[in-house]
Write a protein that binds this ligand. Structure first.
Ligand code: PEP
Ligand code: MN
Length: 279
């Protein structure tokens, strides 16, 4: 077999697993083989009180990275699109208070400087997986990038999108499986657990699974999160909201803090069973 089209992302190029290190004021967090990293938070930052409260609750559970969207890619232009730079100040404050690293989505290259200063991991959402100019820009920086799988992207297209970032010089790329579009409509997307096992063979990059967007149903989040870790994922990213019924986005797939805590304990048990380092 010749060289893969996604040369830098492939095992041919690098046999050793990439472990992405995130430095915070309190401790280091690792994402990659041998670790199990749990990223959690609301779909979107809705307000300062709400966000700081959930950040503290999640910290008590033991979460490793906080999530919170401020620039939200919404299907309808009339839906809540996030708090923008005001929301960014809120996650940055949560980062200072908890000492936890934070991740948020970048939609526009014009926001890069602002996001670079305030967050630890940049997320490229599904809808932007093939926004090549955006990929090239995040390829030039020294910050981890989590690249979500496109809505209908093949594994090869996804790896080639990662290649855009890697070839720019940024080697801190994390893949995130979030389900793909199929004929099935009882779930929001169809989660591709097989992709997790395959990517571990094809690539050295860390792989995270997002069971929230992958299913669209909160009751499926814990079982799919566990399936992901059992299949070899390096962690999960889940949506949590204090009051899912009132959430401004993705309430149906959001766990309450209580349900999150139950799931978190099960995930850590699985990771321990697998001999992973508990952070
Ligand atoms: C998200 O994680 O905030 C998100 C919008 O997910 P996706 O890009 O996978 O739809
Ligand atoms: Mn969401």
């Amino acid at each position: 077999m010749g060289m893969a089209s996604y040369a830098l992302a492939s095992r041919d190029c690098q046999a050793q697993d990439t472990i992405v290190e995130i430095n915070t004021s309190h401790k280091k967090i690792f994402i990659g083989e041998g670790y199990c990293t749990v990223i959690a938070g609301p779909c979107a930052v809705e307000g300062i009180e709400e966000y700081l409260a959930i950040a503290r609750i999640l910290q008590t559970s033991g979460v490793h990275v906080l999530r919170g969207g401020v620039f939200k890619p919404r299907t309808s232009p009339y839906s809540f699109k996030g708090l923008g730079s005001e929301g960014l100040k809120i996650i940055s404050e949560a980062r200072d208070i908890t000492g936890l690293p934070v991740i948020t989505e970048i939609m526009d290259v014009r926001d890069l400087d602002l996001l670079y200063e305030n967050v630890d991991v940049l997320q490229i959402g599904s809808r932007n997986m093939q926004n090549f100019t955006l990929l090239e820009e995040v390829g030039k920086i020294d910050k981890p990038v989590m690249l979500k799988r496109g809505l209908s992207a093949t594994i090869e297209e996804w790896l080639l999108a990662a290649e855009y970032i890697l070839s720019g010089g940024n080697r801190r790329v994390i893949l995130c499986e979030r389900g793909i579009r199929t004929f099935e409509h009882f779930t929001r997307n169809t989660v591709d657990i097989g992709a997790v096992a395959l990517l571990k063979q094809l690539s050295h990059l860390p792989i995270i699974v997002d069971p929230s967007h992958a299913t669209g149903r909160w009751k499926m989040v814990s079982p799919i999160a566990r399936a992901a870790v059992a299949a070899g994922a390096d962690g999960i990213m889940v949506e949590v909201h204090q009051n899912p019924d009132q959430a401004l986005s993705d309430g149906k797939q959001s766990l309450t803090p209580q349900n999150f805590d139950k799931m978190f304990k099960k995930i850590i048990q699985l990771a321990e069973l697998d001999g992973k380092i508990i952070q």
